[in-house]
Design a protein around this ligand. Structure first.
Ligand code: 13P
Ligand code: SF4
Length: 317
């Protein structure tokens, strides 16, 4: 299947017939981002999914994102073009592991990244995304212990920004972001001393970037730790002529559209999420033609998860 004009026409027409809204995460293939009604980061897409009037949501992203949309809107039909599109970060903690962790910290508030299964969300007090994690943690009274899962790098970032000593971090990671490493970033930053560094907080190199800034090797105003949505805002605001981007490479498409005059370069051009790329033009067409793969969440788990997801959608920008 080629993503040509005939494909685009068929996708649009089938979406109308199904009363479907097409949502695409910023890491999707460019042709999927272009056909979608809305592109965005995890938080923006969750909000759009919750407020949309469409009776069907086609989520071009990974499974936990579609599951989150279903938790927020159980009456809607939620489709993901390929249900095998998982997430290594979401796989790094199970509901059982979280229950065991909680049993060792009675009274602690559980903050889980949206990159988790519905079962983990059901054990969570407040979910967050990378764009509101700091606001979510700041909303919790200072004397409360916090269990933050599953991403260790986002957890370290939140701990650094909020100065919370009573925040415990789970040791999970995303294989794509963990693979964007400090030495590689340092080398690129040294070779391009005028470039801004846009770094997703899931990256292993976020700590290294701040260390480089602390050592004076990189000007601290060049280092920006941002969610994918916030990268787009920063791209429109920066005066830099070139930007080194530390996140999944799909992000470059929206960045180049937002600021065509800036030279955006990936810190690691092999940082491609194979799960995100399972949503191909053929898979999207199949989803709309056949109404597959439909996302179901056990109603009892969804009911328990809904409160934590609603709080996420309400907090922060
Ligand atoms: P955001 O788009 O919320 O920054 O999330 C990044 C991510 O890794 C999603 O899988
Ligand atoms: Fe999960 Fe990482 Fe892929 Fe995002 S990039 S969906 S965190 S595996």
């Amino acid at each position: 299947v080629v993503a040509d004009a005939a494909w685009a026409e068929e996708v649009r027409s089938l979406a109308r017939q199904r009363d479907a809204v097409l949502l695409a995460h910023n890491y999707q293939l460019p042709e999927i981002q272009e056909i979608a009604d809305h592109t965005g980061d995890s938080l923006a897409l969750s909000r759009i999914a919750a407020s949309s009037d469409a009776s069907t949501i086609v989520f071009c992203g990974v499974h936990f994102m579609a599951e989150t949309a279903k938790i927020l809107s159980p009456e809607k039909t939620v489709l993901i073009p390929d249900a095998r599109a998982g997430c290594s970060l979401a796989d790094s903690i199970t509901g059982e592991q979280l229950r065991e962790w909680k049993s060792r910290h009675p009274g602690a508030v559980v903050v889980s990244y949206v990159n988790t299964t519905a079962e983990v969300k059901a054990e969570t007090d407040i979910c967050c995304t990378s764009s509101n994690a700091v606001d979510v943690v700041a909303s919790i009274p200072a004397d409360k212990e916090i269990l933050f899962c599953p991403d260790q790098f986002l957890g370290a970032h939140v701990k650094r920004v909020t100065g919370r000593e009573n925040l415990h971090v789970w040791a999970g990671e995303c294989h794509v972001h963990a693979g964007i490493n400090g030495p590689e970033l340092a080398e690129r930053a040294a070779a391009d001393p005028e470039a801004d560094l846009f770094i997703h907080p899931e990256c292993g190199c976020a700590t290294s970037a701040l260390y480089l800034a602390g050592e004076g090797a990189v000007a601290s105003e060049r280092v920006k730790i941002l969610s994918t949505g916030d990268m787009l805002t920063a791209a429109r605001d920066t005066k830099a002529r070139s930007v080194l981007v530390a996140t999944e490479v799909g992000m470059l498409h929206q960045l180049r559209k937002a600021a065509p005059e800036i030279d955006f370069r990936a810190v690691n051009d092999r940082a491609s999420c194979r799960y995100m790329k399972m949503i191909t033009p053929a898979a999207l067409l199949r989803a709309l033609r056949d109404g597959v793969d439909e996302v179901h969440v056990d109603p009892e788990i969804a009911a328990r998860a809904r409160a934590s997801v609603r709080r996420m959608v309400e907090i922060g920008t």
